[in-house]
Design a protein around this ligand. Structure first.
Ligand code: S3P
Length: 171
């Protein structure tokens, strides 16, 4: 059984609206672990994500995201880390996750996801046609989520606590 405060590195991946941030904070509380969230780290260092996208473009965002995630992975342990949905696009991040992290893929259907995201507010990659873009982006990334994860949990219809519980139970 899982020991509170054990030396684990739990990383939550999956599309926008899967609940990575909310599940990450509940999980960290329950397990007595430090908690990191790549989007929050990003905002703290670089300001709001939509503003950054507009000023510098997506490639600059990805480079900055990769660097922040790399810092967490190399300097901290144990932890629960919630990653922005596109973090897995980085080969460097994927390879770093392969070293000693338990990666959990949170999946969700598009309607539940967009409900949780308030229709896509603050997510520049969804701008225009949020449902269509969400589905297209998922198709581009689902192979990567699957490839790097040890466990997959469908969060549609589950509460944050239920997802956290499922993650702990299956470790
Ligand atoms: C993105 C997901 C967002 C955020 C940025 C880009 C993506 O994070 O990093 O808006 O490309 O999927 P969440 O997955 O936490 O919404």
């Amino acid at each position: 059984p899982f020991q509170r405060g054990a030396a684990v590195r739990i990383v939550l991946v999956g599309p926008m609206g899967a609940g990575k941030s909310t599940v990450g904070s509940v999980l960290a509380d329950q397990l007595g672990l430090a908690r990191f969230d790549s989007d929050q780290l990003f905002v703290r260092v670089h300001g709001p994500i939509p503003d950054y996208f507009q000023a510098h473009g997506e490639p600059a965002f990805r480079a900055a995201e990769e660097e922040l995630v790399g810092e967490v992975l190399s300097h901290h342990e144990p932890f629960v880390l919630s990653l922005g949905g596109g973090s897995v696009l980085s080969a460097q991040t994927r390879s770093r996750l392969g070293r000693g992290c338990r990666v959990v893929n949170l999946v969700v259907d598009e309607h539940t996801a967009l409900d949780r995201l308030d229709g896509g507010v603050g997510r520049p990659v969804l701008a225009g046609d949020p449902v269509r873009n969400w589905l297209r982006i998922l198709r581009e990334r689902e192979g990567l989520y699957r490839e790097i994860s040890h466990d997959t949990i469908d969060t549609s219809g589950l509460s944050t606590e239920q997802v956290a519980h499922a993650i702990i139970e299956r470790m």
